[in-house]
Design a protein around this ligand. Structure first.
Ligand code: NAD
Ligand code: LMR
Length: 334
């Protein structure tokens, strides 16, 4: 009561507006390197009224800690597979950073053995406890685990391709940063589509469509393309065995989940690149700019305009991407 009385009038108005939009967000893998800062950022999102934290370890502590933050949402912690159904029950948005990260020398595909079954089991539980949720998968290898989740949801008869997303936002965040720094402009003012998938050559930054325009020689363009494709490895090497990108990923995951919530909440014109089921190329999952709305994906905005260099990148990406997708489909159906 005292807390409300001491708020300025404008905040009281904001307070009542956010009360009318009640969204439950569940973070699966909430105790991890990404999960904790991501949950902190979601605790600050005004569209979230229930923040449900699921992990196989430490969620009582993480949830208690976050619950002391004075934002307008309730935090609940759930630990272990027995509690996963309650964690997911009725969620509007599920964000999944559960699973192991890379160590130096590993590819994202090397994570498949451990992470494929983690995502499969979470998707199974989603199919019964929150089949209409918008599901955003961060866990690697994104190119392969998103098709696994799709197959699991299909088997359960609840698959809606408009509600399943692979999170490739970090590729956009990095591209904006590198371009902004090179042009000496605020990275937040840079827009750039990054299409394809989320590993190595499947990451296709469409530098020709950067706004403001990226100014560089062909050699600069090639170097920047490779830097964006290898940026995850740059972090893995710098962390020297202590994992992969966590803070920049939490920022990117919170931005993507925030965009899903803004779409759910009826805001128009919310666009994010995301790895979704797609018929834009002959890879059945592909990241392009997606317009988000009340039902998740409102419209796939398709391939951006590309120059010959970018078309070659696409040609190179597709066989790898198709192989990654097939691996996921085979795993889910074995
Ligand atoms: P981490 O090891 O710090 O955290 C992972 C968390 O998942 C841990 O708390 C762990 O207990 C939990 N977990 C493990 N098995 C689980 C299960 N069955 N159910 C629920 N939770 C489970 O790892 P991290 O650095 O947070 O990375 C997580 C994943 O995100 C990795 O696969 C990593 O490669 C991926 N990642 C993706 C992107 C991207 O751009 N999409 C970026 C960075 C990292
Ligand atoms: C990233 O791009 O940082 C993530 O996919 C983590 C990794 O393994 O590189």
């Amino acid at each position: 009561m005292l807390k409300q009385l001491s708020r300025p009038v404008i905040s009281l108005r904001n307070f009542s507006t956010s009360r009318s939009n009640k969204y439950k967000v569940t973070v699966c893998g909430a105790s991890g390197g990404i999960g904790q800062p991501l949950s902190l950022l979601m605790k600050q999102n005004k569209l979230v009224t229930t923040l449900s934290l699921y992990d196989i370890v430490h969620t009582p502590g993480v949830a208690t800690d976050l619950s002391h933050i004075d934002t307008n949402s309730t935090v609940c912690g759930f630990m272990g597979p027995d509690q996963m159904p309650d964690a997911l029950d009725g969620a509007d948005v599920v964000v999944i950073p559960a699973g192991v990260p890379r160590k130096p020398g590993m590819t994202r595909d090397d994570l498949f053995k451990t992470n494929a079954s983690i995502v499969r089991d979470i998707a199974k539980c989603i199919s019964t406890k929150c089949p209409k949720a918008l599901v955003a998968i961060i866990t690697n290898p994104v190119n392969t685990v998103v098709p696994i989740a799709a197959e699991v949801l299909k088997k359960a008869g609840v698959y809606d391709p408009k509600r399943l997303f692979g999170v490739s936002t970090l590729d956009i965040v990095r591209s904006r940063t590198f371009i902004g720094n090179s042009l000496n402009v605020d990275p937040q003012k840079v827009t750039i589509p990054v299409i394809g998938g989320h590993s190595g050559v499947t990451i296709i930054p469409v530098l020709s469509q950067s706004q403001p325009a990226y100014k560089g020689s062909q050699s600069d363009i090639e170097k920047l393309t490779v830097r964006i494709q290898d940026a995850g490895t740059e972090v893995v090497k710098a962390k020297a065995g202590a994992g992969s990108a966590t803070l920049s990923m939490a920022y990117s995951g919170a931005r993507f989940a925030g965009s899903l919530l803004r779409g759910l909440n009826g805001e128009s014109g919310v666009v994010e690149c995301s790895y979704v089921e797609s018929c834009v190329t002959d890879a059945t999952f592909f990241s392009t700019p997606i317009c988000l709305g009340k039902n998740g994906q409102e419209e796939n905005l398709g391939l951006p305009k590309m120059n010959d260099f970018e078309k070659k990148l696409l040609e190179k990406a597709l066989p790898e991407l198709k192989k990654n997708i097939q691996k996921g489909v085979d795993f889910a159906n074995k």
